[in-house]
Design a protein around this ligand. Structure first.
Ligand SMILES: *[C@@H]1O[C@H](CO)[C@@H](O)[C@H](O)[C@H]1NC(C)=O
Ligand SMILES: *[C@@H]1O[C@H](CO)[C@@H](O)[C@H](O)[C@H]1NC(C)=O
Ligand SMILES: *[C@@H]1O[C@H](CO)[C@@H](O)[C@H](O)[C@H]1NC(C)=O
Length: 229
C-alpha cells in the first residue's frame, strides 16, 4: 500500500496539476481536518487526489440535481485519500467461526406495515461517528444497535460507548483495535448488565485497559452505566 501511495504522490508531483483557484478551499479543508504532511511533495500529491475527489463529488451532485441519482455526496476528512487506500484500511469485522447463525423464533404480527420507514425521522439514530485508524467498526455497530433499542424501550436517545466495548469485550473473543464482532460486544453488555455512555467513557481510538465509571454522568443514573431495560 505504501508503494502505491508513493506512486500516487510522485505522479501527483510530476503532473503538479492543481488549480490555484482552489488554494483557499484546500487550505480550509487542510486546517479543518488538521492534516499533517511529512513533505511538501506529499502535500502536493494529497492536494491532487483531493481535487479529483472534489470533482467526482461535484459531478455526482450535478447528476443528482438532474434526477440521475437519489443521493448527494459531500467532502469529508478522507478527501485526500484514494479509494484504494480507504478500501485497503482495516474495518475490523471478524466473524467468529463458532457464530450461532440460527434464526430467531418467527413472531406473527398482524398489522399493516408502512411503505417506508426512516429511523432518523423516528429519532432512533445519533450522529455519524469516526472510528479513526482503529479497526473498531464492530464496536460502533454494536453500540449503535443498542442505542436504538434503548431509545425504543426507555425513550432516551444516548450515545453509548464504543470504547467501553473495545476495552472490555476481549474476554468474549474480540480483539480491540485488531477487530471483533458485535455478538462479542453484546455478550459483554449482557454480563455487565449495561454499557457506559460515550460521555463517561469517551472514544480514544486505541485499545486500552478495561475500566468502568470513569466519571459519573450527572443527571439521573446512580452509576455511570446505562442499564439496558
Ligand atoms: C496544511 O497543514 C499542514 C499542517 O498543519 C501545514 O504544514 C501546511 O502548510 C498546510 N497547507 C496549507 C496549504 O495550508
Ligand atoms: C489518508 O491520508 C492521510 C494523509 O492526509 C494519511 O496520513 C492516511 O494514512 C491516509 N489514510 C489511509 C487509510 O491510507
Ligand atoms: C388480521 O386483522 C384483521 C383486522 O384486525 C382481521 O380481519 C384478520 O382476520 C386478521 N388476520 C389474521 C391472519 O389473523
Amino acid at each position: 500500500m505504501f508503494r502505491s501511495l508513493i506512486f500516487t504522490i510522485l505522479c501527483g508531483f510530476a503532473a503538479a496539476d492543481t488549480s490555484s483557484e482552489m488554494d483557499q478551499h484546500w487550505e480550509l479543508w487542510n486546517q479543518t481536518h488538521n492534516k499533517v504532511y511529512f513533505h511538501q511533495i506529499e502535500e502536493l500529491g494529497r492536494r491532487q487526489i483531493w481535487e479529483e475527489n472534489l470533482e467526482m463529488i461535484n459531478v455526482h451532485n450535478l447528476e443528482t440535481s438532474l434526477g440521475l441519482h437519489t443521493y448527494k455526496l459531500g467532502m469529508n476528512h478522507l478527501g485526500g485519500n484514494t479509494t484504494e487506500e480507504i478500501a485497503g484500511s482495516p474495518t475490523g469485522t471478524i466473524v467468529p467461526s463458532d457464530l450461532d447463525r440460527n434464526p430467531s423464533d418467527f413472531i406473527w404480527v398482524n398489522t399493516s406495515l408502512p411503505d417506508s420507514l426512516d429511523w432518523m425521522d423516528a429519532d432512533l439514530v445519533i450522529e455519524v461517528k469516526k472510528q479513526g485508524g482503529c479497526a473498531s467498526c464492530w464496536a460502533f455497530s454494536a453500540a449503535r444497535a443498542l442505542e436504538g433499542q434503548l431509545k425504543k424501550s426507555a425513550g432516551t436517545l444516548r450515545s453509548l460507548s464504543a470504547q467501553n466495548l473495545l476495552d472490555c469485550s476481549p474476554k468474549y473473543g474480540s480483539n480491540g483495535c485488531k477487530g471483533g464482532f458485535m455478538t462479542q460486544a453484546f455478550h459483554y453488555v449482557i454480563e455487565n448488565q449495561g454499557i457506559d455512555s460515550d460521555y463517561s467513557y469517551p472514544y480514544t481510538g486505541k485499545s486500552m485497559d478495561c475500566h468502568k465509571c470513569a466519571s459519573p454522568i450527572p443527571l439521573m443514573q446512580k452509576t455511570c452505566e446505562v442499564q439496558l431495560v
